[in-house]
Design a protein around this ligand. Structure first.
Ligand code: ATP
Ligand code: MG
Length: 1158
């Protein structure tokens, strides 16, 4: 099939994983179709977008027999392949469940939760609060446009789908047309029914307000109505797997309005006067048992999380307790309802209770009854040790507490739990109960108390809100009603029990009404379009209802089983199957177990297992417990356990229109019978209203915003009857198009145009359809021909397959056109090819000529180039010469000042060098002078020493002659020699010092040389860096200063040297003189004195003197005086000499004493 750029090859195909997925039809034969399936990353990205968001395509072949009318459902896509998204899905050209699914999905991902299917509003749970969607301005806009603006057309035109349109239409119908209204909200758990009802109620409360005449009393009733919602939620809602705030009961709230006639040209109004609520099927079993991840009713947690002083006032047994203290509650996950904890809810609930009059004693009674339920879970029963058939209560304290709490006699209550009274004709006797039965009784008691507390609460709310009690005029007025039904949606699980049967029965009832209403709407549309109503057919569900509530139906069979002695579930199933064998909607299979049967509901088949059907249907509290309860002091237990009514006001006109309950019948009290009566009453009430439908859809099971899972959504659409509604509205003609749409799209199908043209657009359309849809014509029973299409006033309707046929024809035409286009394109291509070949031939001939021409041109060009080259060479030489000259001049001009500057610097440098040389010369001179002086001093000293030596030798010689050259004299001479030697050494030392000073001088010289080097490098730097001249000058000045310093140091050192030399010389003279004198004294004494002791003493004195001199020198050394070490050490040989000399003298004092006396 050719792609004509339209929608005809964009189809949907079935998918096991995603229910329906978009695909592109590639080709098709009788039984199969080849498709290209766009592949998306995840389910949430799958869209009818012509594969734009796809990551690839996959080919597949599908069997056409799996699709209705052997045709793949077409996508509603535009020329670009994008989805044609609509507000009202009835406007979809191709209307089928895939189209509905993808339209809803496209809107859901754009946070547009509401859509329409004609009058039905589909509300997809957005799982996020869309503030803008419910803003006051939006509320007022809908109210203004729908309620207050006068218009002959549908007031919804131009308004996006919204539940405010439903509430506004209801109010308008009630206030202006005085017709009772109802809003039927359905959907599966978590789909948003309760939220939707609340939003609608709030909107109605706003719309009804008369801004000019608002009194406090009126506001109080409205406040009570709106604020009683949290009460019902606290006691009737619980956390379940599917919804954290799941309503575990059905609810029908009837808002009562007083009609106020219009005045002064204003339209009539309806003023909210009160409300009455009816509740259905509270899930009692949740009180005693629930799954781990679920919870029991919020009220239990709110009570247990309340403050201890509150608990104490209610019942002391609650103080310090939590969920885990009570078996029925146990540990449970924390749940936030409207972002508030259970503890935060308790005061809110208390306030709401006070608002409906439950305060003081009745407040305590309510919570004590709830506490009684809790306490019943903690009672333990065991077989009586004395008799197995009997039971004893083992948790005595818990039981006593319970009795105290409910105000019961312990013995009476104990017997009620452990015995059963059996009545026979006129006789009464008691049988003991086994412990497990006793336990079941306690559970049944707890469930019954909770259920009746709930009803008691509903009655209290109704009393506080109903117009009969609270509106001026009370029961004497007739009120208009807007009913809001928030009831459990259709349920189908792998195992379905008694509760599912009740729920699905209720949904069948509602579906029946829904179907009728939709049918009525279709009839209305056909009438308006002027179509033949005989063509409309639809299947209703009366057979299913017959099976459930008919004369031989399931309810009847079950009730009979409940009143029959030994009635049981198996017998119920077999009887029910037997009596309804021929009913087609009853499913019986050989594979079913004895308790299993199935029903083909409108939403699909459901298999039920009748386990405990009889018990659950009977659900009566044992008479003994009932009696014991009636004897309790707790008012709810004593007076309200038998009250099954939701209202105290028998005059609730809206509710008492149902049939009177058959109280005389034994089965009147079964759960099913009660529920059937309630439903009948509800349906009767609804029949008197104009019903509007809101179908809530839960888009995913993970409670995430903007995500739509196909399978779960589609199942809900089926269960909610949306698909059925579409089927009904399209039962005769599944597709429709406006005249304009048809003409735009299919005008090219009119290949055999009528000569002379058409009188109208309709005529032309009819002509096209008659030509193409002849095969769809059928003959009716009355012999008339039923065409494949029906021409309405504004639209044209098509039977199944007609539009697809038109699409097929259109595709053929597009094929034709495509072939024509291809023809032209190919012709053009061939012509271009021929031209190309011609050109190539021509080009091959032209080439040699081009070659010749190009060669000639090239030669000419080369010659010119050569010429130019030569000229350029010449020119180059000249310009090189000129450039060299210019460069020379320029360089000269640049270098000259530099050279001058360099010369200047050199001169400065030479000056510096001269200065240095001068300084060097001065230094040298100073050194020479010092050397000469030193040499002179040395020479002088040596001469003196020589003279002294000679003198000494002369003296010695003379003395030796005098004293006959004694051995001692020889010794003295030796000593003198030693002294001389010592002096020589001293001289050597002085020389060494002189050497040291020379070295110092050398180092000074080296310093000087380094200075000169520094100076030289400074000069170099000076030469290289003119800008550093100042720094160099400073360095130079510093150097000069250093030279001065060194000069001064040199002068100082010279002086020092001189002083030292003088000192050493003086020292040496003194030392020699001293030695001489001492030697003389010692010699004299030794020679002259015969007193050995004296000699001895003198020698000792001499030695002491020596020691004194030594110590003085040491002191001098220590004091840091400049006594050169050589001079200090130099005295030692003399002292040593004196000492040894002294010793010798002492040895031969007699012989030498005279010689020394001189
Ligand atoms: N219009 C809405 N806007 C925002 N959130 C919504 C809306 N409707 C529903 N929800 C969210 O979905 C949750 C479930 O909604 P709700 O309790 O109304 O479901 P339900 O159909 O009454 O379920 P159940 O049958 O279990 O009572 C709400 O708690 C809320 O978080
Ligand atoms: Mg709910």
């Amino acid at each position: 099939m050719a792609d004509g750029g339209g929608t005809s090859n964009n189809v949907y195909i079935r998918s096991d994983e995603f229910a329906w997925i978009p695909a592109r039809l590639v080709s098709q034969d009788k039984d199969t179709a080849k498709v290209a399936i766009p592949q998306y990353e995840a389910e949430e990205f799958i869209m009818s977008d012509g594969g734009k968001g796809a990551v690839g395509f996959k080919s597949a072949v599908v069997k056409l027999k799996d699709y209705p009318n052997h045709t793949l459902p077409l996508q509603n896509t535009g020329k670009d392949g994008a989805l044609l998204e609509v507000d009202d899905m009835v406007d979809l050209p191709y209307l089928h469940e895939a189209a509905i699914l993808f339209n809803l999905k496209a809107r859901h991902v754009k946070a547009l939760p509401y859509s329409r299917v004609s009058d039905i509003v589909i509300a997809v749970n957005p799982y996020q609060w869309l503030t803008e969607l419910y803003a006051d301005s939006v509320r007022m806009h809908y109210a203004k446009k729908i309620v207050w603006e006068k218009s002959d057309r549908d007031p919804r035109i131009g308004l996006p789908p919204h539940i405010y349109e439903v509430s506004s239409l209801c109010y308008k119908g009630l206030a202006l047309n005085k017709e009772n209204q109802s809003i039927l909200v359905s959907g599966e758990s978590g789909a948003g029914k309760t939220e939707t009802v609340k939003i609608c109620m709030n909107h109605i409360a706003t719309v009804q307000q008369d801004p000019n005449n608002k009194s406090d009393e009126e506001s109080l009733v409205v406040k009570r109505i709106l604020d009683s919602n949290p009460l019902l939620e606290a006691f009737g809602n619980a956390k379940t797997r599917r919804n954290d705030n799941s309503s575990r009961f059905g609810k029908y709230i009837m808002l009562q309005f007083n009609h106020i006639p219009g005045k002064d040209g204003n339209p009539p109004r309806a003023e909210m006067a009160g409300s009455i609520s009816e509740v259905y099927l509270l899930e009692k079993s949740r009180v005693v048992t629930n799954e781990d991840i679920e919870r029991t009713y919020h009220a239990f947690y709110q009570l247990l999380d309340s403050a201890d002083d509150v608990k104490k006032e209610i019942w002391k047994g609650l103080v310090g307790k939590n969920g885990e203290s009570f078996r029925y509650v146990g540990p449970a996950p924390e749940v936030l309802v409207d972002k508030m904890t259970d503890a935060q809810w308790f005061p809110m609930v208390k306030e709401a209770l006070a608002l409906v009059g439950i305060k003081g004693e009745s407040f305590l009674t309510l919570w004590r009854s709830i506490s009684a339920c809790l306490q019943l879970g903690n009672l333990d029963f065991a077989p009586d040790p004395s008799d197995d058939e009997k039971t004893v209560i083992t948790s005595k304290t818990e039981f006593t507490d319970f009795c105290e709490l409910v105000g019961s006699d312990e013995k009476l209550m104990e017997l009620a739990f452990t015995e059963r009274t059996i009545k026979t004709r006129g006789e009464e006797y008691k049988v003991p109960l086994k412990h497990d039965i006793a336990r079941e009784s306690a559970d049944a008691f707890a469930k019954e108390i909770y259920a009746k507390v709930f009803l008691w609460l509903v009655r209290a709310i109704n009393d506080a809100t109903c117009a009969e009690n609270n509106y001026p005029g009370g029961a004497n007025l007739t009120y208009g009603l807007i009913g809001l039904l928030d009831i459990f949606g259709f349920e189908s699980f792998p195992i379905n029990g008694f509760e599912q049967m009740c729920i699905n029965y209720c949904n069948e009832k509602l579906q029946q009404k829904f179907t009728k209403d939709i049918f009525a709407a279709v009839v209305e549309e056909y009438k308006q379009e002027g179509l033949n109503l005989a063509d409309i057919k639809y299947d209703d569900n009366s057979d299913v209802l017959g099976l459930i509530e008919g004369k031989l139906g399931l309810i009847k069979q079950l009730n009979e089983e409940c009143v029959r002695p030994k009635g049981n579930d198996g017998a119920f199933v077999s009887k029910a199957l037997k009596s309804n064998k021929t009913v087609p909607c009853l499913i019986q299979k050989r594979t079913f177990g004895p308790l299993e049967f199935g029903i083909h509901h409108y939403a699909g088949p459901v298999i039920y297992r009748a386990q405990d059907f009889v018990t659950r249907n009977t659900d009566t509290l044992p008479g003994d417990i009932k009696k014991a309860a009636e004897a309790c002091k707790n008012e709810i237990l004593a007076k309200h356990l038998s009250n099954n009514s939701s209202t105290n006001t028998t005059s609730a006109k809206a509710t008492d229109k149902g049939p009177k309950r058959a109280r005389s019948n034994l089965s009147a009290d079964t759960v099913m019978t009660q529920f059937k009566n309630q439903l009948t009453s509800l349906m009767t009430g609804l029949e008197t209203t104009k019903s509007r439908y809101i179908r809530c859809v839960k888009p995913n099971t993970v409670k995430r915003k903007l995500v739509m899972q196909h399978i779960t959504t589609l199942e809900q659409l089926r269960c909610a009857g949306v698909v059925a509604a579409v089927t009904i509205s399209r039962s005769a003609f599944p597709s429709k198009l406006s005249h304009d749409e048809f003409k735009n799209r299919y005008h090219m199908l009119n290949e055999a145009k009528k000569k002379g043209g058409y009188a109208s657009k309709q005529e032309e359309i009819e002509h096209i359809c008659e030509q193409l849809l002849k095969t769809f014509e059928t003959t009716r029973k009355d012999g008339t021909i039923a065409k494949g299409f029906a021409m309405g006033k504004t639209k044209i309707y098509f039977k199944a397959g007609c539009l697809e046929r038109l699409e097929g024809s259109l595709a053929l035409i597009w094929d034709k056109w495509a072939i024509k286009c291809q023809k032209i394109a190919r012709m053009f291509l061939v012509k271009r090819m021929i031209l190309r070949k011609k050109y190539e031939k021509f080009a091959s001939a032209v080439l040699p000529i081009q070659c010749l021409f190009r060669a000639a041109i090239s030669k000419k060009k080369t010659a010119t180039q050569k010429k130019d080259k030569k000229r350029l060479k010449r020119l180059g030489k000249k310009s090189k010469k000129a450039a060299v000259r210019i460069q020379a001049l320029l360089r000269g001009a640049i270098q000259r000042p530099r050279y001058k500057q360099a010369l200047l610097k050199k001169k400065e440098e030479e000056d510096l060098a001269n200065q240095l040389d001068k300084m060097k010369d001065e230094l040298q001179q100073a050194e020479d002078k010092r050397k000469a002086e030193l040499e002179d001093a040395k020479f002088q000293f040596e001469q003196e020493m020589e003279e002294y030596k000679e003198k000494l030798e002369d003296q010695l010689r003379a003395e030796a002659q005098k004293v006959n050259k004694s051995a001692q004299q020889q010794t003295l001479i030796d000593e003198s020699g030693k002294i001389i030697e010592y002096l020589r050494k001293e001289n050597m030392k002085l020389r060494q010092q002189c050497e040291t000073m020379k070295r110092d001088y050398k180092s000074l010289k080296e310093n000087n040389a380094r200075l000169m080097e520094a100076n030289a490098s400074a000069s170099n730097s000076f030469n290289q860096l003119n800008e550093h001249a100042k720094g160099l000058n400073a360095t130079n000045a510093r150097l000069i200063k250093n030279v001065d310093t060194y000069k001064k140091q040199l002068v100082k050192m010279k002086e020092d040297l001189k002083n030292r030399q003088a000192f050493y010389l003086a020292e040496a003279h003194a030392r020699v003189a001293y030695q001489k004198t001492l030697a003389r004294i010692v010699a004299q004494v030794q020679d002259k004195s015969r007193d050995a002791q004296l000699v001895e003493d003198v020698v000792i004195w001499a030695l002491e003197c020596e020691a004194e001199a030594k110590s003085e020198r040491a002191a001098l050394e220590n004091a840091g005086q400049a006594a050169p070490p050589g001079a200090i050490g130099g005295a030692m040989p003399a002292s040593g000499g004196a000492k040894s000399g002294g010793k010798k003298k002492a040895d031969d004092s007699d012989s030498d004493s005279d010689s020394d006396s001189d």
